[in-house]
Design a protein around this ligand. Structure first.
Ligand code: IPT
Length: 963
């Protein structure tokens, strides 16, 4: 066999410099080479045609040359197509060989040095990230090659540069030996996707440096020391520090934590190069099985973050990085796992600044070997060890100065092997100040944390009850946020709060990776796996984030914010007592103010502030609410108490709500059927029946009109378009109930009217609702009664047979003309909620269009239900329509311009075409959501098991002039 070509070589590369610390703040000259570069895409690796690296080559005169933006991915710029797989390698598993079909991008850029570019010292050519393998030439001379896509690589180029017309040529292969180490669940996106710079290294420049800034919580002192190969001085003006490298200093400081990200501006200088830094003092330890920072136990309210921008892929601009972090902070998220590779280094600067705990993860995943029983797994084959250790080194050396990084992670989903041990050994030796993470069994030697993925709540409880062992426990991934969900967050959080060594988790994941595309008729949608003709793909599994691709928060993020709120407000609205618990790990509550409002029937009647005393982290305060502002207004009343920011912060303005609670003050008056005295009898009128404000078909018993509003198809409904979590994990058939639902035929129930009975007091319609090919059924009886104004429906449901599957939903559905598209309701809102995703549902009066009620999940599925609805009105532009009020139990309200069947059939949002109706579901019950698209399903108490049910509604007409 021939010698390996460089892109099939397991070694990490050739000709590159030793890794060193990231130095954004250096005053040495640098030249950003970003811009439009000449570009040619070849379907194979073409190692023989290297003419483009030469001086005299003219791309304009050569065939196939176009241009590409650097940094960027060529497949997102019209050259080739992106492709998505989760774990499967999209090429034959034959490490380290790759197929001949190996899209290769030749890049060429001609540049001049600025006129005042210094003549002394050395110059370094730096690549922040290239996927997956590059060979580099400057002015016709080969510099070398490298692999390790999301890691920096540098070459010394001083001797080769000239003032004008430098020719930089980079050949980038989509597939390389390195691809076997980069099987992360994401789009395959080749290209020079992070910046390329030229960096002057003056004589005596800082080759590397490490600012060690610890914090001794026992006496409040900072421990400062700088290590660097040169003699350098560190000045911290605010602290009056002027310290020589290699010397230790102890001095009083304010510590850095994610809650209080105190940074000190500093300058590290050798005389010929000065680097501006921001120093955060903090010390990370594992003591008695608990992860502590500055002596305090930390609780991760985390997310896994991939780098993703819908237009530019893993080329993420600084604004998007900041926007992500601001959104996280606003949603009470305090931790990021950089799944599954080191992010752009600027992201970590922002984490230091805004305050997030970071698990910095190495660029490593070999998950695809699971499909060949882990044969040939590179982490267990010593030929690959240098490449693995090289990756660990490049990460640690680049990122070591960030206070936000509290844990290093070896990578993700590689099984186990000796290579991981070598990485762990190297990291521990180089940086004993941070614990190490790798997800595996509790005794795994290469992790200082016991880390699991997608464990169910009962497992976390079991680990909690077992007590602290040597290792703190985290869920490095949990709560799979694919589509509608994740459900069950509250139950996890209570466990993390209960057991000291259960230190939280990281929701999978931050953002959907949908790519914007347009239909032939010009409508925009987000594409996912398979939309680019990929022969092997994993569909919409790439859309499993808490935010939509454009960073619009999904209901899952709003829910997470509420569940992980760092202040818990409880109390008794009748007794007017409030307890405020400070769930921060470090910060007191001085940044917050407490506001109350008093609402009757959802209308605020007054509000104010409650003085908040000093409450240290972990403490609480008991407060008293004032007398209700008014007692003359009858109706259901409640207090809403909010903890809001008392002043502007770097991530949200004053008044931003951090935590809230609602405390019932006066219960709702029980609604009863219309008083019998006022009840009216049905009247037969030809083929129709009139009952109070309503008309019915006398033969079928179907409601046809309420006041002026035509009504169609009111009947029992149990179907919902299965969510991704209902469908379950693709590799675990049956893990969600969706398969069983379809097998049983819940999506095609048949309705039979057995009797339409009129009596003096009303109308009774007896029906049997059942799926084909089964003898299971639901007997549904609709009992209609009325006064002149009100129409009352009482539904009774009695199951027949033994139902083993829960129902998707249980309620009635009806259709109205499309004009009734304005919705007002008193109940939970403003966003959607389901039984196990309802923590953030705030009781109030809300108003929304039918279109605005929809949550545009990238793959359409059940969405948009509003919880605890007391009453709702659907009206047209003139304000006329109908009102529906709850019977003895509040209901779930859903309204959309398409049916559940239509929603179920849609693959993309653009498949949802409104017809001329509004379909309304009034549900007595909904099945929970869970997280079975990858993790555990719905908890027992949130399942909608089949049983006898009684529920009802009162309908009335709303006249236009009331609107
Ligand atoms: C887990 C992966 O670590 C993560 O990258 C992502 O693929 C996630 O699943 C699902 O979206 S691995 C899974 C088999 C538990």
């Amino acid at each position: 066999m021939r010698n390996p070509v460089y892109y099939e070589d397991v070694s990490p590369g050739h000709g590159t410099l030793q890794p060193r610390s990231w130095t954004a703040g250096s005053d040495a000259r640098r030249l950003d080479l970003s811009g439009e570069w000449d570009f040619r895409l070849s379907p194979t690796a073409r190692p023989d045609d290297e003419a483009f690296t030469e001086d005299g080559f003219d791309p304009a005169a050569a065939p196939g040359w176009r241009s590409v933006r650097v940094p960027g991915h060529w497949v997102l710029q019209g050259h080739g197509e992106p492709a998505y797989t989760n774990t499967r390698y999209p090429f034959p598993v034959d490490p380290p060989r790759v197929p001949d079909e190996n899209p290769t991008g030749d890049h060429r850029h001609v540049f001049d040095l600025p006129a005042d570019w210094p003549g002394d010292g050395e110059v370094v050519l730096r690549f922040e990230g290239v996927e997956s393998c590059a060979r580099v030439w400057l002015n016709g001379r080969v510099l070398g090659d490298f692999q390790g896509s999301r890691l920096p690589h540098e070459f010394a180029v001083g001797g080769l540069l000239r003032p004008h017309g430098n020719v930089l040529a980079v050949r980038v292969h989509q597939w390389s030996a390195g691809s076997y180490l980069e099987d992360q669940d994401m789009w395959w996106l080749p290209g020079i996707f992070r910046e390329v710079t030229l960096q002057h290294r003056p004589e005596g420049a800082l080759d590397d440096f490490w600012v060690h800034a610890g914090y001794d919580h026992t006496d409040g002192s900072g421990l400062l020391r700088v290590d660097c190969p040169q003699r350098a001085r560190l000045t911290v003006p605010e602290l009056g520090v002027d310290l020589a490298s290699g010397e230790d200093l102890r001095l009083p400081v304010e510590p850095w934590t994610a809650e209080t990200p105190r940074l000190y501006d500093a300058v590290l200088s050798t005389g010929s190069e000065a680097v501006s830094l921001r120093i955060g003092f903090r010390t990370v330890t594992v003591e008695d099985g608990v992860l502590r920072v500055n002596g305090g136990r930390v609780l991760f309210r985390g997310v896994n973050r991939h780098e993703f921008h819908p237009e530019t892929g893993r080329t993420v601009d600084a604004e998007t990085m900041r926007r992500d972090l601001v959104l996280m902070k606003r949603h009470n998220i305090n931790a990021v796992r950089t799944s599954h590779y080191p992010p752009h280094p600027a992201f970590l600067d922002l984490c230091d600044e805004l305050g997030l705990w970071v698990i910095d993860e190495c660029d490593l995943e070999t998950h695809g070997f699971t499909h060949v029983d882990w044969r040939g797994n590179p982490v267990d084959d010593e030929r690959w060890t240098p490449a693995l250790v090289d990756r660990a080194r490049r990460m640690v050396e680049r990122d070591k100065n960030h206070p936000s990084i509290v844990v290093w992670s070896l990578g993700n989903e590689c099984g186990s092997g000796k290579g991981l041990g070598e990485m762990a050994r190297w990291i521990r030796d180089r940086d004993p100040s941070r614990p190490l993470h790798y997800e595996n069994d509790p005794d795994y030697p290469d992790s200082d944390l016991h880390s699991m993925m997608y464990a169910r709540q009962s497992k976390v409880d079991e680990i909690g009850r077992a007590g602290a062992t040597r290792k703190p426990f985290i869920l490095c991934e949990y709560a799979h946020a694919m589509g509608n969900g994740p459900g069950g967050l509250t139950e996890y959080q209570r466990l993390f709060e209960k057991y000291e060594h259960c230190q939280g988790g990281f929701v999978w994941e931050w953002t959907d990776h949908g790519l914007p595309r347009r239909t032939a008729d010009g409508r925009d949608f987000f594409a996912y796996g398979g939309d680019f003709g990929e022969p092997v793909h994993d569909g919409n599994f790439v859309c499993d984030g808490l935010v939509f691709p454009d960073r619009t928060p999904s209901p899952g993020l709003v829910e997470y914010k509420k569940v992980v709120e760092p202040v818990r407000i409880t109390g008794d609205g009748t007794a007017r007592t409030v307890r405020v618990r400070n769930l921060h790990d470090f910060a007191d509550l001085s940044a917050l103010a407490l506001e109350w409002s008093y609402e009757v029937e959802g209308e605020p009647l007054g509000g104010g502030r409650l003085p908040l005393p000093h409450v240290p982290a972990g403490g609480h305060a008991d407060l008293e609410l004032p007398a209700p502002p008014r007692t003359d207004v009858a109706g259901e009343a409640q207090w809403t108490v909010r903890a809001v920011l008392a002043g502007d912060t770097a991530w949200a303005p004053e008044g931003h709500c951090v935590a809230w609670a609602q405390l019932p003050a006066v219960p709702a008056a029980p609604t009863t059927a219309p008083a019998s005295g006022a009840q009216v009898a049905p009247r037969r009128d030809g083929s129709s029946l009139t009952l109070g404000p309503a008309s019915f078909d006398a033969v079928t018993g179907a409601l046809t009109r309420l006041g002026a509003v035509p009504v169609e198809g009111l009947r029992l409904d149990v179907w919902r378009a299965p969510t991704d979590n209902d469908e379950g994990a693709p590799w675990k058939p049956g893990s969600g109930p969706g398969t069983a639902w379809r097998r049983l035929g819940l999506h095609r129930m048949r309705h039979r009217v057995d009797a339409v009975e009129c009596d003096d007091a009303g109308l009774t319609v007896r029906t049997r609702v059942a799926p084909a090919a089964s003898d299971l059924a639901l007997r549904a009886v609709y009992r209609w009664t009325a006064t002149d104004e009100l129409l009352r429906l009482d539904v009774s449901v009695d199951p027949e047979g033994t139902w083993e599957v829960p129902l998707p939903r249980l309620g009635v559905r009806l259709a109205l003309p499309g004009a009734y598209d304005r919705v007002r309701w008193f109940g939970g809102g403003p966003g959607e909620a389901y039984p196990d995703t309802r923590a953030a549902s705030l009781v109030g009066r809300w108003e929304e269009s039918v279109d605005g009620l929809q949550t545009p999940y990238v793959r359409p599925q059940e969405n948009g239900a509003r919880a605890d609805v007391r009453w709702a009105r659907l009206t047209d532009a003139a304000g006329g329509g109908l009102r529906v009020a709850a019977g003895t139990a509040y209901f779930w309200l859903t309204a959309r311009r398409w049916t559940s069947e239509h929603l179920d059939a849609a693959a993309h949002t653009t498949d949802l075409v409104p017809d001329d109706r509004v379909y309304v579901n009034l549900d007595h019950g909904q099945h929970g959501i869970g997280s079975a698209s990858c993790g555990p399903g719905v908890l027992q108490r949130h399942k909608l098991m089949v049983s006898t049910a009684r529920f009802g509604f009162t309908f009335s007409a709303v006249a236009g002039d009331e609107g």
